[in-house]
Ligand binder design. Structure first.
Ligand code: SF4
Ligand code: SF4
Ligand code: FES
Length: 306
């Protein structure tokens, strides 16, 4: 017989609430329908606490605390939209917006407006890195900036296979892909964070092209990426041609035809072309994760080899 959990009572934005012991402040906020922004947190991944957009103010604490991973404790008094919280979120958004291409991150755009973020105040962007330049940076070495440009992670796209592309100019280093490739879903460990400081980046072992790496092309990293840094090749090709048009797209739920597990697939289709395949994060069978067949093996629908 399982023991029932103790209940924790706390106050959030002046409202008293109670949550089961072990709940995070984010879960307590969600229970009160208080919106706390997140970038690196996802319901189907372990929190890694790296983006700090979810910080809230905890009475008596010296620093702001990350709501996604800080556990609720009895008697806590929390403010989710204090001046300090708003200023902190604004700076996080400005630093991200000045250094990463967030043009496809709709949640980021909405938050930048809400918190009045102005990434452009750091100056014009530095030129794009040459192919291989960021990968060649020496860990721990600090390069002098010219003082005139905002440092950023602009770099060429990595297109080394027919299934998905990696555009790390759009990578906010949220670690979600690493989590999905690792113990949270795939247990393949094909990618990890390499480098240090501003040179930190998502990399395969020894920077090998994906087909030469441990990658099994499940696409679970693509499924969790919040910025479009990882993207289906089919979607990327349509976007590059300037033909991406959500008003002409349909989104349809179906069941994977390959095996008896019965994973739910969500297909985004434009002009009879499947451009993206995902699975709902709260689905009891998949938890949002798929294998290569369900994720990418639909070429036969369009008369192509899988
Ligand atoms: S496709 Fe799967 S195995 Fe390959 S890097 Fe992404 S999560 Fe890892
Ligand atoms: S590639 Fe996407 S999921 Fe991976 S760290 Fe970058 S933004 Fe996050
Ligand atoms: S969402 Fe909490 S630290 Fe990123």
């Amino acid at each position: 017989m399982s023991e029932s959990k103790r209940t924790i009572e706390l106050t959030i934005d002046g409202r008293k609430t109670s949550v089961p012991e072990g709940s995070t402040l984010l879960q307590a906020c969600q229970g009160l329908a208080i919106d706390v922004p997140t970038f690196c947190w996802a319901e189907n991944l372990t929190p890694v606490n790296v983006c700090r957009i979810c910080v809230v103010e905890l009475e008596g604490a010296r620093t702001l605390v990350p709501a996604c991973s800080r556990k609720a404790e009895a008697g806590m008094v929390v403010q989710t939209e204090s001046e300090r919280v708003k200023l902190s979120r604004k700076l996080v958004l400005e630093l991200l917006g000045s250094s990463v291409d967030m043009s496809l991150a709709s949640e980021f755009q909405a938050l930048a407006t809400k918190y009045d973020a102005h990434p452009e105040r750091f100056g014009p962007r530095a030129p794009r890195a040459a192919p291989g330049e960021r990968e060649a940076a020496r860990a721990g070495h600090h390069y002098a900036e010219d003082g005139e440009h905002a440092a950023n992670v602009a770099q060429p796209k990595k297109v080394d296979n027919e299934l998905f592309v990696r555009d790390y100019a759009k990578c906010m280093l949220c670690y979600k892909c690493v989590e999905a490739c690792g113990t949270d879903a795939q247990n393949t460990f094909a990618i990890a964070v390499a480098g240090r400081g501003f040179d930190a980046r998502i990399a395969t072992e020894l920077e090998a092209p994906l087909p030469d790496s441990a990658c099994v092309f499940c696409g679970n990293c693509v499924g969790v990426c919040p910025t479009g840094a990882l993207m289906f090749k089919a979607e990327s090709d349509v976007r590059e041609k300037g033909e991406w048009d959500e008003s002409r797209q349909t989104v349809t739920d179906t069941i994977c035809p390959y095996c008896g597990v019965g994973c739910q697939l969500t297909l985004r289709v434009q002009a009879n072309q499947i451009l993206r395949v995902t699975s709902p994060a709260d689905h009891s069978v998949t938890s949002g994760h798929l294998c290569i067949k369900g994720r990418f093996g639909w070429g036969f629908v369009q008369g192509k080899k899988p």
